[in-house]
Design a protein around this ligand. Structure first.
Ligand SMILES: [Zn+2]
Length: 87
């Protein structure tokens, strides 16, 4: 086992855990979390979101990496928006 194998196994375990977490939370998320977050974000929108830069969205093709857009998230409610990057 080398570092590559360790990385791959950790990646697969984390991916599998993510699937399990989504399964366990699906009912709660659809009935409680998602509707409440949506309501919070609608209330926050009335006050005006305060966005901060969050990261870039990448399009990767072979060796070329294109920055397609910048992602911003509201500091208070987590609402996100994307802005295309014009070169
Ligand atoms: Zn907000």
């Amino acid at each position: 086992m080398d570092h590559n194998d360790i990385w791959k196994e950790k990646y697969n375990l984390d991916k599998e855990r993510g699937v399990k977490l989504r399964e366990f939370l699906a009912d709660y998320d659809s009935k409680v979390y998602n509707p409440n977050i949506k309501q919070l974000q609608e209330n926050c929108e009335k006050l005006g979101h305060e966005y901060s830069f969050h990261g870039y969205n990448f399009i990767r093709s072979y060796t070329i990496i294109d920055l397609s857009c910048a992602i911003y998230k509201c500091n208070y409610c987590g609402a996100s928006k994307q802005e295309e990057i014009n070169e």
